[in-house]
Write a protein that binds this ligand. Structure first.
Ligand code: DC
Length: 223
């Protein structure tokens, strides 16, 4: 199957709205949606804190035991880890930070890249993450890179977490987002940056609907 026709990549920093937009875009196009941050979060929970200090061969062995799969389309897409649906347990900043820590380990990125490509070969996909357009699906037909100021992303994430019943402090959240931006952008391996052929979208002053419509328009125009 030709990935160039079948994968749409959506990259950007933490809290920019990628997951929501990827699901909405996938729903409108009636294709599956892959949240690759969820794969890193899930693996981080599996491997536990301090993984980065383990010998490479142990990390490789433990990573190789984990299997990811995807089922369904649009908003109903479900990610599975070893046959179990990935749930809300991965959605907090501590797991996000653990995920950013294991994201610098070559064996982890290698295993997840292969799993993501295998999923991309099986079905048309919106793939969202940090390195989809550059490293995982360089041949994707449509590529987007979303960005927004850290303060704005922190406010969005706060609203999101509050909706889930979590109490979080805005300045602490802004600090965590800046910290994660630094880790994601400065790592040697697959750092966060836009692919040369990605459409850059600054969502600081755009809501979800405006951003979604802009993306759909771009896809229609390029088709
Ligand atoms: O998108 P997220 O917040 O769920 O991602 C959690 C962390 O996982 C992020 O800080 C870095 C890592 N990640 C990555 O390195 N590459 C991806 N494609 C997706 C996530």
């Amino acid at each position: 199957m030709n990935t160039r026709l079948n994968v749409i990549t959506l990259d950007g920093p933490a809290g920019v709205g990628k997951s929501t937009l990827a699901r909405l875009l996938a729903e409108r196009l009636s294709i599956a949606c892959l949240d690759t941050g969820a794969m890193f979060r899930c693996l981080a929970l599996r491997l536990g804190p301090g993984t980065e200090k383990l010998p490479e061969k142990d990390i490789r062995r433990r990573c190789a035991e984990v299997r990811f799969s995807l089922d369904g389309r649009g908003k109903a897409t479900k990610l599975y880890c070893d046959g179990t649906p990935v749930g809300e347990e991965i959605r907090n900043e501590n797991v996000g930070l653990l995920a950013a820590r294991i994201a610098v380990i070559p064996a982890v990125r290698e295993l997840l890249k292969k799993a993501q490509r295998d999923i991309g070969k099986a079905a048309p996909l919106v793939a969202e993450g940090r390195d989809m357009g550059i490293a995982v699906f360089p041949d994707a037909r449509f590529k987007f890179f979303l960005d927004a100021a850290p303060e704005i992303r922190a406010k969005r994430r706060l609203a999101d977490l509050e909706q889930r019943g979590e109490t979080v402090n805005l300045s602490a959240l802004t600090e965590q987002i800046r910290n994660r931006d630094h880790m994601d952008r400065s790592r040697a391996l697959a750092p966060l940056r836009p692919a040369a052929d990605a459409l850059l979208v600054d969502t600081s002053r755009m809501d979800i609907d405006e951003t979604l419509n802009l993306m759909l328009r771009h896809i229609r125009e390029q088709r």
